[in-house]
Design a protein around this ligand. Structure first.
Ligand code: PYC
Length: 331
């Protein structure tokens, strides 16, 4: 059997977003969270084939568009990545919106605005265009909150590390500079990846993290290393580890949301105070706390994230059962 997928490729601040426009499967479910579950159980081979080598690579991520379940919304999105199907992906949303608007995949109900159903909840978007090009995308993310502070874990390379765990659409361990960690600027991506993989496993064995309103969102998926910005005018810089071998090339939308929730909880970031966050490669998102709220009784913020994306090309991809690597591989 040979399946054909049409894709429009893009990148958000350096991190890839492959929007699958043809060949997407029909998904059962009443909402995007249930559809994500159905996809994982029945069609994960599509994600693996389109994301992993030889058709993708360690950092590859993407999305599929579905009709909204609530007619007040514009579209529903499934996120696919080397790491799995995230409940929410910020850079993925910015890339998906850019592709969808520039390529005419969505006709917005209201010019310059979109209401997007994600597995993690409703995400509202504003975008600005110059001619046909989308110049910026600003998303208002799901409620983000700190679930644990000052946890400790032993890192083989660095020794004991203290970290907070914060949710921004995914659960992040945030490792600030401290006695045993001078900051991400002193480490190569390879070193961060090797340490992160072991740390995530150790943290998940020692601690449990469950979303208070949706227990099916659980477990630490990402590690966020903090360090000195490359540009002195920026407010922060991160290196976000995801999947098994990836450091986000963008400042990570859900990671920046989690970081802002953590800074707010520690009294270091106020509502409406812009937060310019750099990625490992120095690309930037501007974040802001729009308002405060609670999630299951836990103090939370509603963050916004603004960034840009570029469409890089079209691809038609075959998943052919005659190919021994039809479902991808990682080395
Ligand atoms: O931008 O939210 C994000 C993201 C998650 C994983 C990679 N990027």
């Amino acid at each position: 059997m040979k399946k054909t997928f049409s894709c429009i490729d893009s990148h958000t601040c350096g991190n890839p977003v492959r929007v699958v426009t043809g060949g997407v499967p029909f998904l059962e479910g009443e909402n995007m969270f249930e559809k994500r579950q159905f996809f994982i159980e029945n069609y994960d081979w599509i994600r693996r084939g389109l994301m992993f080598e030889p058709r993708g690579h360690d950092m590859m991520s993407g999305s599929m568009l579905y009709p909204p379940h609530d007619p007040a919304n514009d579209v529903a999105v499934l996120y696919i990545e080397t790491s799995g199907c995230l409940p929410m992906c910020g850079h993925g949303t910015i890339g998906t919106v850019t592709v969808a608007i520039e390529e005419g995949l969505i006709v917005p109900k209201e010019e310059g605005k979109l209401r997007i159903e994600t597995p993690a909840g409703l995400v509202k978007v504003k975008y600005e265009q110059e001619g046909k090009k989308v110049k910026t995308v600003k998303l208002t993310n799901v409620a983000s909150f700190v679930i644990a502070q000052d946890l400790t874990i032993h890192c083989e390379t660095l020794g004991e590390l203290t970290f907070d765990v914060s949710y921004g659409g995914n659960f992040y361990a945030i490792i600030d500079p401290q006695e045993n960690f001078s900051g991400l600027q002193d480490f190569t991506a390879e070193q961060l990846i090797t340490m992160s993989r072991k740390l995530r496993k150790a943290i998940n064995e020692k601690y449990e993290f469950i979303h208070p309103e949706n227990p099916r969102i659980n477990g630490l998926s990402h590690i966020q290393w903090i360090g000195k910005p490359l540009d002195e005018s920026s407010d922060g810089r991160n290196a976000v580890f995801y999947g098994d071998k990836a450091i986000d090339r963008s400042p990570c939308g859900t990671g920046t949301s989690a970081r802002m929730a953590q800074l707010h909880a520690r009294g270091k970031l106020k509502v409406n105070q812009p937060f310019v966050n750099e990625s490992y490669i120095g690309s930037k998102f501007t974040g802001e706390i729009v308002e405060t709220t609670t999630v299951g009784g836990i103090p939370a913020i509603i963050p916004s994230i603004e960034g840009w994306a570029m469409v890089t090309g079209y691809s038609t991809i075959f998943l052919d059962d005659d190919d021994p690597y039809v479902h991808g591989f990682q080395v």
